[in-house]
Design a protein around this ligand. Structure first.
Ligand code: ADP
Length: 250
């Protein structure tokens, strides 16, 4: 079964505004690392956010492991969102909270309402958080406040928070645009390694084409809300990139 089937997806931000996604369709297989590339403003981030309905599509279907996400009510939507780990460009950490608490907040979707209000987590969650923090190389930073960390370390907390959700899909929105090139490559390597180890497919909005080509096995090219390309990364050539980025200097 496909992890994701996206069918004829359309999105707008304002009723009378321009169409941001124009009938986008694609599939994601369980072992895909799919990079979405295209010029700034093409709709890459909007596409990622329509998958878990942070942006509500105006029509079309998003089928996630056989469940039509676009048809779900809020309660079921919350449940299914907990299976979609999200990694953000600006990390989305709570600065005044510790690394540990930021990671544990990834479990909130699984925690009862009483426990979540008081942020009381089962011991098993804490054990799991420690394990994941070790994997992302942050064992020595467990009790540090998030705002004491470097950008790369902050993104590793973001990765750990997504992984502790036990996700069946990782939605990744420009994970490296706030980071320098060396750290960017490290972060991409870490996302790829974790996704392989846990068998979780990745849908990743990438502004850096070279990184996208280095880490993905498949590429979707968007231009002005239209899918211009969909194929294996190894088939992407200069002409493909020129078409996707027409008029933009790479
Ligand atoms: P990309 O990720 O490819 O840079 P985005 O999905 O962020 O593109 O944006 C696509 C288009 O939607 C852009 O024209 C952008 O200005 C517009 N847009 C993005 N977010 C909003 C929003 N919250 N409200 C209105 N327009 C938006």
């Amino acid at each position: 079964m496909k992890t994701l089937e996206v069918i004829d997806l359309r999105a707008k931000y304002e009723r009378s505004g321009p169409e941001i996604l124009k009938r986008i369709s694609f599939n994601l297989d369980p072992d895909d690392f799919l990079a979405i590339i295209g010029p700034s403003g093409a709709g890459k981030s909007t596409l990622i956010r329509c998958i878990n309905r942070l942006v509500e599509p105006i029509s079309g279907d998003v089928i996630f492991n056989g469940v039509n996400v676009t048809k779900l009510r809020q309660r079921e939507l919350r449940k299914i969102r907990s299976k979609m780990g999200m990694i953000y460009q600006e990390f989305n950490l709570v600065d005044r909270m510790s690394v540990m608490d930021n990671v544990l907040s990834g479990r909130l979707g699984y925690t009862g309402s009483f426990r979540s209000v008081f942020r009381i987590y089962p011991k098993s969650d804490i054990r799991k958080a420690l394990e994941i923090l070790e994997k992302v190389g942050l064992s020595d930073f467990v009790d540090k406040r998030a705002d004491e960390l470097s950008g790369g370390q902050r993104q590793r907390v973001g990765i750990a928070r997504a992984l502790i959700q036990d996700p069946k899909l990782l939605l990744v929105d420009e994970p490296t645009s706030s980071l320098d090139p060396k750290i960017s490559r490290e972060i991409m390597g870490m996302i790829k390694k974790m996704s392989k180890e846990d068998g979780v497919p990745v849908l990743c909005n990438m502004h850096d084409v070279n990184l996208a080509l280095e880490f993905s096995n498949r590429v979707i090219g968007l231009q002005d809300g239209v899918k211009m390309f969909d194929g294996p990364t190894k088939s992407v050539d200069k002409k493909t990139l020129e078409d996707i980025y027409a008029f933009e200097v790479l």
